[in-house]
Design a protein around this ligand. Structure first.
Ligand code: KIV
Length: 276
């Protein structure tokens, strides 16, 4: 059956009908094709790119140029999923910068929407982006671009006071016009309250089953990035050991002359070879 391209409206409708929303990250063409073919609703080119692909210790060094380059590759591999570009650190410090950079995701990488991190502190940027006609996803809770301020990768909203701030921020982002919000690393019960109180869908990562949808970093989910595995990650496959096994067999076979065989080799007719 021919699948239809996912739209923002279709994503919002899933909340109304109680259908769960699926979202994964991608950073290149090959992975985007696999995820898109599997029928995932939303592909996010996350700034987690910095850690799982570029090898930085945090997402802070990621630039707009990095994001655009990788989002263009993902775009080429994405047919049906809604494609979201993640605005990197410092790319939405002012309303002007926010609109300019969001527009680059839309024009240069043909995104369907963009995402930014933060609540009250990002509200002006959020309003400017939505005001310019660009669909926006919010991101609350553990926001990796504020890792210094948050004091590390910790669960957020564990006190009543902190939880209330996240709930209020979610309402503010909804009022600013976000079409959906990612909730990262917050208690299940708080994510449940936000999900009930908002009309727009919530997408959880380490926020429990009551969110309207779930997102994981694909490289974590397929066991490709195993420098550390957060508690909220489920590894559905473990690719790193499989790849390592393949690489070791290749090395052994090249060194022993077992690869390539006739099957992987091109021939030339004897009469042509004689002329050479
Ligand atoms: O950068 C990213 O991959 C993200 C997801 C974890 C939501 O923001």
């Amino acid at each position: 059956m021919e699948r239809k391209k996912l739209t923002i409206e279709a994503i919002k409708d899933k909340k109304k009908s109680g259908e769960k929303i699926t979202m994964l990250t991608a950073y290149d063409y090959s992975m985007a094709r696999i995820i898109d073919d599997a029928g995932i609703d939303i592909i996010l080119v996350g700034d987690s790119l910095g850690m799982v692909v570029l090898g930085y210790d945090s997402t802070l060094p990621v630039t707009m140029a990095d994001m655009i380059r990788h989002t263009q590759a993902v775009r080429r591999g994405t047919k049906n999923a809604l494609l979201i570009g993640d605005m990197p650190y410092k790319s939405y410090d002012t309303q002007k910068l926010a609109v300019e950079n969001a527009a680059r995701f839309m024009k240069d990488a043909q995104c369907d929407a963009v995402k930014l991190e933060g609540g009250t502190e990002s509200l002006e940027a959020a309003e400017a982006i939505v005001g310019s006609g660009i669909p926006l996803m919010g991101h609350l809770g553990l926001t990796p671009q504020s890792i210094e301020k948050l004091g590390g990768y910790k669960v957020q909203g564990k006190t009543a006071e902190a939880a209330k701030v996240i709930i209020e921020d979610a309402k503010k982002l909804e009022s600013a016009g976000c079409f959906s919000i990612v909730l990262e690393c917050i208690p299940n019960a708080i994510a449940g309250i936000i999900t009930k109180e908002l009309k727009i869908p919530t997408i959880g990562i380490g926020a429990g089953v009551d969110c309207d949808g779930q997102v994981l970093v694909t490289n974590d989910m397929v066991g490709l990035f195993d420098r550390f595995v957060p508690k909220f990650v489920k590894q559905y496959v473990k690719l790193a050991p499989q790849i390592s096994e393949g690489v070791k067999r290749y090395k052994k076979e090249v060194e022993s002359g077992k690869f390539p065989t006739k099957e992987h080799t091109f021939e030339i007719k004897t009469e042509e070879l004689k002329k050479v």
